[in-house]
Ligand binder design. Structure first.
Ligand code: PBG
Length: 324
């Protein structure tokens, strides 16, 4: 090879490097996760996620306007209800926090694709993602609650629903529930390969959604498995998922790649709260160059095969990317 081939020739100048770059990121590839709460009249910072807020509907609206201006096309919304109960009724109430927030965003005609997270854990007093029977989440009864939740969100104006509960059969059940009510054109982004991960820690502080007993290992996936991820993805696509997701992202780049190679639907990857917190706290400690790290992380998730990236850095990164 040497001296005929000198790979450094193409790395010599910024222009050459720009020309041969294989992986590009655009603001429209990013989805911004946002929290909206009805527990306080003021927006509240999230200690474990510096820079992120638990919004009121008012502060959410201005943050949404900024998000749209940044070039990001889409947000995913998580709600924190005033009261949690055994059945998680706040998840599917017509005047639930997410339903009210979606209506407000749509009334203001903010140009964003609004995705809603379909799950029970932020709304149940026990903090699990469905209905409890005999000390565990009961799969089939939980499907009814998830369908009601998805339907109420879509009625409020959600453009896409994203079930994150990991119950078996939920994509098919939600698809049917939406179709039966005339919402056959509303897309489903399925959290298909969602792992039982310690990287969700900061999110659970933000949403107050930590399970009050046990853990989520009987429904979320074992971090050791990749074959099973393909099975989950295939099942969700067979049941009508329009997009699939791998979550978390950074420790699961191999799973993103495998899913991308095995499917022809858009693949999303969720750069989750713990991944965000690691960057923010390390940067605060002066241990790394924050902007370069964020760019490198997002590029690596895209390079692994993600078409879309859910990231708490979305708005800030979009600012850098559109200037590039
Ligand atoms: C469940 C849900 C979780 C996240 C998104 N949807 C938490 C969990 O499964 O415990 C985590 C997102 C993150 O960590 O950024 N509703």
């Amino acid at each position: 090879m040497f001296p005929t081939h000198r790979p450094r020739r193409l790395r010599r100048t910024p222009l050459l490097r720009d020309m041969v770059r294989e992986t590009l990121l655009h603001p429209e590839d990013l989805i911004y996760p946002m929290f909206v709460q009805e527990t306080s009249k003021k927006p509240e910072p999230i200690n474990a996620m510096p820079g992120q807020m638990r919004h009121t509907i008012d502060s959410l609206l201005s943050a949404c306007e900024q998000t749209a201006e940044s070039g990001v096309k889409s947000i995913i919304l998580f709600g924190i209800p005033e009261k949690k109960d055994e059945a998680g009724t706040g998840a599917y109430a017509d005047d639930g926090i997410v339903q009210r927030a979606v209506r407000a965003i749509k009334e203001k005609q903010i140009p964003l694709c609004v995705i809603t997270d379909v799950c029970m854990c932020e709304y149940t007093s026990h903090g699990h993602c469905g209905e409890i029977k005999d000390g565990d989440v009961a799969n089939d009864p939980s499907l009814k609650l998830l369908c009601k939740t998805a339907l109420s969100q879509v009625k409020a104006g959600a453009d896409v629903v994203a079930p994150s509960d990991m119950m078996d059969g939920r994509v098919g059940a939600i698809r049917k529930a939406l179709d039966d009510e005339g919402f056959q054109d509303t897309a489903i982004m399925a959290y298909s390969a969602k792992y039982a991960s310690a990287f969700y820690g900061p999110f659970r502080e933000a949403a107050g959604s930590a399970p009050q007993f046990g853990d989520r290992q009987s429904y979320q996936m074992d971090p050791a498995n990749v074959r099973e991820a393909l099975k989950e993805v295939q099942a969700d696509i067979d049941e009508g998922a329009d997009m699939v997701m791998v979550k978390p992202a950074l420790s699961y780049l191999d799973v993103i790649r495998a899913v991308k190679q095995s499917t022809n639907v858009p693949v999303a990857a969720y750069n989750v709260s713990g991944e965000y917190a690691m960057v923010e706290f390390a940067a605060k400690a002066g241990a790394l160059d924050r902007e370069r790290i964020i760019r490198e992380i997002l590029t690596s998730i895209r390079r692994a095969g993600a078409d879309l990236i859910l990231t708490y850095h979305a708005v800030e990164a979009a600012g850098w990317l559109s200037k590039r």
